[in-house]
Design a protein around this ligand. Structure first.
Ligand code: AMP
Length: 286
């Protein structure tokens, strides 16, 4: 597996005669890799001749400096994990390499992400999706992958990426992979490494409640059932719910009870703080 730290190294790899013209699948990550990331690598290798994974903790998508400073970085373990997969190369640039300085300058432009920026993650993490769009715009234009692979775990991010590709005519096929979970149901996340033992023990309640709701919600009981789940979670000593909502799976507008839940395009979304670590999850309504 090639380890590429600069655009120049990446360009050389792509331009070697044996690589030229081969389809490239791209899996962008922020590292601290787990089985969810690896499943995207596996998906990419089924569909593309070569797979490039990036590891870049992108400062412009963090809206809290403390979250950025505490984000787990496990470079050597990440390489070891990637070597067990069909990943051909890993791109692991510095902040300087990407943004031209050790601290990124102001955003050169604003991306029109429409309503995606004013609901759920967009509303609760101001600037987050602008940062995501900024880095992916750079990556997609310079790497020129045929396909890029993203997890449903970050469901709203997938919509942002699709919108970016469409509005900027980036010509990258976006492929989604299902959320991978720990045996107790907790969605795998790099941030799980930061949970205290008590929070790790309590955090599976997030998916337990989402799953329970997905089976019991009706147009009549939904406000009370959502409230009940928020109560269940907030009663855990380490958990604090930021939001737990039913929203449209494409537009992310909130459910208002006027249409059938089970036939409609509705999905459950949650953001919960666990011992101060912000976790997100989502689930279809069965
Ligand atoms: P991250 O490193 O958290 O930025 O995630 C990189 C990619 O992996 C994104 O497309 C995520 O949606 C995806 N991902 C993160 N966690 C999971 C998971 N548990 N299952 C599947 N994909 C995931």
């Amino acid at each position: 597996m090639h380890i590429l730290r600069s655009w120049e190294e990446l360009r050389k790899w792509r331009n070697t005669p044996s690589e030229r013209g081969l389809s490239l699948g791209f899996v962008p990550t922020m590292g601290a890799l787990h089985a969810g990331h690896l499943s995207l690598v596996a998906l990419a290798s089924e569909e593309c001749a070569r797979v490039l994974t990036s590891i870049f903790v992108n400062p412009t998508q963090f809206n809290r400096a403390e979250d950025l400073a505490l984000y787990p970085r496990t470079e050597d373990a990440d390489f070891d994990l990637l070597r067990t997969t069909s990943c051909d190369a890993v791109f692991i640039p510095s902040v300087q390499e990407i943004y031209g300085a050790s601290e990124p300058g102001p955003a050169p432009r604003h991306y029109d992400l429409g309503e995606l920026e004013s609901v759920l993650e967009g509303a609760h993490r101001p600037g987050h999706f602008q940062g995501v769009a900024r880095i992916l715009d750079v990556f997609f234009r310079r790497i020129e992958p045929q396909s890029a692979f993203f997890g449903e775990k970050d469901f709203q991010q997938l919509a942002v990426v699709r919108r970016l590709v469409e509005t900027e005519s980036l010509g990258v096929r976006i492929v989604e992979g299902p959320t991978h979970r720990e045996p107790d149901g907790l969605a795998m996340s790099s941030r799980n490494l930061r949970l205290t033992p008590q929070a790790r023990a309590e955090a599976p309640a997030i998916y337990r409640e989402l799953h329970r709701l997905s089976k019991t919600l009706t147009p009549y009981n939904w406000p009370a059932e959502l409230e009940r789940s928020v109560d269940v979670l907030n009663r855990c000593s380490t958990l604090e719910v930021e939001y737990l909502e039913i929203a449209h799976r494409d537009r992310f507008s909130p459910y208002d009870g006027s249409t059938d839940l089970r036939l409609g395009p509705w999905r459950l979304f949650a953001a919960v703080h666990a011992s101060g670590v912000r976790l997100i999850d989502n689930c279809s309504i069965e």
